[in-house]
Design a protein around this ligand. Structure first.
Ligand code: SF4
Ligand code: SF4
Length: 247
């Protein structure tokens, strides 16, 4: 799909922490350049002025869907956008919002009091449950360069290619010590799509799996390793469910 700059672009936020938006804004060095090729129509963290363009070239969508009102808004955005891109784990899998599961009602009441019980909401859903998604940018949050690469590739009528491999490969390339092998830490790197340069394991923090599951992931072997490392079945299930890695 070809675009003639400046492209009409909007960032739409649903149920989320806005961390993905912040990641794009943190690319200070590139924002001025971006301004030459992008006509911004909505970007909640940047401006309270709400764009109301009749048609968009690209809609970047952050967050999961949690209410009928959000679904209506998403459908309207889909109708007027040539490309719709899901950004971040919340939009791709439901993300951390989906963690409360059966405890959701309790959580709503404990945070918002009585009003929380009355709101018309449902368990957090990824956006592909409601609309066609043309591109996905994984991560919680995504890597800053991935956001810029996606916008640059769209401008040239394409989509960035990426190597399909697990985070463990990036650990090996960076010569990180293995937290799973050496500390029996519950690291999800063996089944998680790479692209973050093994950021967390490199800092001594086990991978949480925020980038989604790599194709052909060997969950059975990871399960065996976690059991050997002393994790209970429940702990393993919770860990795999956090970013939708459970079967
Ligand atoms: S994917 Fe992570 S950083 Fe992005 S909005 Fe969701 S919780 Fe925040
Ligand atoms: S620390 Fe985690 S991501 Fe790195 S090699 Fe070990 S299991 Fe894989």
């Amino acid at each position: 799909m070809k675009f003639v700059p400046p492209i009409k672009l909007a960032w739409l936020r649903f149920t989320s922490c806005s961390g993905c938006q912040l990641t794009l804004l943190n690319n200070e060095d590139s924002l001025a350049e971006l301004a030459h090729v992008v006509e911004l129509h909505n970007f909640p963290l940047l401006s309270s002025a709400c764009g109301n363009a009749e048609a968009l070239d690209v809609a970047l969508v952050e967050g999961s869907l949690t209410s009928p009102g959000e679904v209506e808004r998403l459908l309207a955005i889909r109708r007027k956008s040539r490309l719709l891109v899901a950004v971040g784990a919340c939009a791709l899998t439901g993300g951390v919002n989906a963690m409360v599961k059966g405890e959701r009602h309790k959580a709503m009441v404990s945070i918002y009091g009585k009003a929380g019980a009355e709101w018309d909401t449902f368990p957090p859903q990824p956006i592909h449950h409601f609309v066609k998604v043309d591109g996905q940018i994984p991560g919680c949050p995504p890597e800053p360069h991935e956001l810029l690469q996606a916008i640059a590739a769209i401008l040239h009528g394409g989509w960035p290619s990426h190597q399909v491999m697990p985070v463990c490969m990036e650990c090996r390339i960076n010569e990180n010590r293995c937290l799973l092998e050496e500390d029996c830490a519950p690291c999800l790197g063996p089944i998680t799509q790479a692209g973050c340069d093994a950021l967390c394991p490199g800092l001594g923090v086990p991978c949480e799996g925020c980038r989604g599951v790599v194709p052909e992931a060997n969950r059975d072997e990871l399960y065996r390793l976690f059991i050997t490392a002393g994790l209970s079945e429940q702990e393993i299930r919770h860990r795999l469910e956090r970013f939708g890695a459970a079967l």
